[in-house]
Design a binder for this molecule. Sequence first.
Ligand code: UDP
Length: 480
Amino acid sequence: MAMKQKFHIAILPSPGISHLIPFVEFAKRLLLQNNNFHVTCIIPNNGPPSKATKAIVESLPTSIDSIFLPPVSFNDFPNGIVPILQIILTMSRSLPSLRHVLESLVSKAHLSAFLTDLFGTDTLDVAKEFNIPAFIFFPSPATVLSLFLMAPKLDVTVPCEFRDLPGPMEIPGAIPIRGKDLPEPFQNRKSEIYKCFLNLAKRLTEVEGIMVNTFTDMEFGAIKAMQHQKGEPNCIISPPVYPIGPIIQTGSSSDDHGSECSTWLDNQPCGSVLYVSFGSGGTLSTEQLKELALGLEMSGQKFLWVVRRSNELPSAAYLNSQLSQGDFDPSEVLPNGFLGRTKGQGLVVASWAPQIEILRHGSTGGFLTHCGWNSTLEGVMFGKPLIAWPLFAEQEMNAVMLVEVLKVALRPKASESGLIGREEIVKVVKGLIEGEEGKRLGQRMNDLKDAANRALSKDGSSTRALSELASKWQNLEASK
Ligand code: UDP
């Protein structure tokens, strides 16, 4: 009996585990909804894959292949480069090896679609060379996508630095975002990185569609503005936008500290524990780490804290698996005697923990997060109210959405120097875990979780958006 030909798509996340996770989870979800597809995940990198990356790749189902591109070199930057530039340069320096891989794939099968993210817009030219319809998978919120789609227009119409604007940014449908809350590259319009972002943004309109990891009830205004037809008031000119989320990690990114965390959580009262984590690579300064430790201790609340070595640059460990996932003795970085004094109150693990298992656990009552979009959606899917502690990238915008618009997070106030002091930490930790405000936040988070589950249900908005997309890919193939 002849086997039915499958539709083949290729996906190319930019470097970093927090990009890889939503891309492969998107592929898994597509296959779950429609088993006519086969996916090849192409992984660019600038060094050997981290433990967490290997764990994800090794657990992929057979309908998803993976290919690691040869690592690119940054030997021409002897003093190192910041993570965001590493991401952009890894993508552009991988073009020759990507071309090679796509050439080999199209020699064996038709590719119905090629998906990359914002940082991979240079790779659209390679997809074009092979006549593969190109799409963007945007693993961040619709609010951030609308900022990028509007960036070329804002660049022409706004005469000053965005941070000096007296009111919120004028982005149709978006929540009121102030210029100072935009990601770092938007803070200095004369910088090279801003120009680089602007160029990436300009290319977004070249693709045939943009999938965004969000759902209608979470970001109604931003999604609607991008889905309005050209010429309608309040519209943002965009290729078709497909809100297909929330898509979150389903497997485990590593079993580091897995049994230790679950055994400890099993022995704590329901909803009593604050989970504290700054994503795949967020770090605190030495002074801030000390304040957080003392604040957690003084709060008297239970906590499970994933501790990293301190660093003055909050994104320093991002893309550096030695800094972000390497093992070390947490007592080296914590205040003297902290581990002894908080024995029984808290569990501290070094570098990495099974986040999904921790958030799923009934003993976990809240999540102190850096507001990375994956962590945010994971908090939503498990109905855990948040403490918002943004560090870099678009996290400040996410925090505004969570605290001021959706009202599912508390935010500690920083002093003028930017430091969040121990008393402020005590206030928000107690407020979230045992205060009335925490209860209200928890209820709203549960409502959001219900809305997320509705979006993902059989007839839900995200399921329909994904079906529409799958049909589009199948029809593009059929019309060849
Ligand atoms: N993560 C994890 N264990 C950790 C830290 C992070 O499994 O100890 C996962 C987390 O569940 C999420 C991703 O890594 O899926 C982090 O992505 P996010 O967008 O929240 O932050 P980023 O890493 O981009 O700053």
